[in-house]
Design a protein around this ligand. Structure first.
Ligand SMILES: *Cc1c(COP(=O)(O)O)cnc(C)c1O
Length: 224
């Protein structure tokens, strides 16, 4: 079995090759290693190997690790659904929040003393109960609220491909939504799509942030 650092190196090389295939500059693609439920020691090993961007999806799991690794040269990305009453605590360690999915989270961050970069989360399913906005109008409304919060730098859109659909088609739709967002907010050009199973299609459709868990870390331990 390859080690975590071997898998990091090999995935990084694969991303460079995939970017070349689509005529893209690999420097514009950030690999966020999603380390949820893995111990801080896994992050130590990845830091040693050169990884700098780490993603977490649950505050109670992320917060002690952020404390343990305080002062290290790394950037925390928060990728999971946020309870509004935890938003400010998350902004204390996470400098990039990929999962701005509704007004209450944005409003909570508006009162935070920590500035963050943020993505509008798109819901690509038919289920309105899933996190994120479904229509372009709702995306633009939430983006406006993010700008008005005054504490969030709007970076772009984020999405998870639906399980039962072709990720290529889903990411093509995200690219269209990104263009609509950029017409209103020319700096919000980033696209956070692509996980272990579908990052190649994400690169094809313009992803700037890949959120990769299991292909680097291996199988996740059960959530505590
Ligand atoms: C867990 C998670 C990932 C990583 O998923 P893998 O399939 O393990 O690569 C990416 N994005 C979000 C939002 C996640 O919760």
């Amino acid at each position: 079995m390859p080690s975590v650092s071997e898998r990091w190196h090999s995935l990084s090389a694969d991303v460079v090759a995939e970017c070349a295939k689509w005529g893209r500059d690999a420097n514009e693609v950030t690999i966020v290693v999603v380390t949820k439920f893995h111990p801080a020691s896994v992050i130590e090993e990845l830091l040693e190997a050169g990884a700098r961007h780490f993603g977490e999806s649950r505050h109670q799991d992320a917060s002690p690790k952020a404390d343990e690794l305080a002062g290290r040269d790394l950037t925390w990305h928060f990728v999971g659904q946020i309870q509004s009453n935890k938003a400010r605590a998350i902004a204390r360690y996470a400098s990039v929040i990929h999962s701005l999915d509704r007004d209450s989270v944005v409003d909570a961050l508006a009162t935070s003393e920590n500035r963050v970069a943020g993505f509008v989360e798109l819901n690509l399913t038919d289920d309105p109960g899933r996190g994120g906005v479904q229509t372009a109008d709702d995306m633009l409304r939430l983006a406006e609220r993010i700008i008005n919060a005054g504490t969030i730098d709007l970076r772009g859109v984020m999405a998870v491909a639906p399980q039962d659909a072709d990720p290529g088609a889903a990411f093509a739709h995200v690219a269209t939504m990104s263009e609509i967002l950029c017409q209103a907010h020319p700096n919000a050009t980033d696209i956070s799509t692509g996980m272990s199973a579908d990052w190649q299609q994400a690169i094809e459709h313009g992803a700037t942030h890949l959120r990769i868990g299991t292909s680097i870390t291996g199988k996740r331990p059960d959530p505590r």
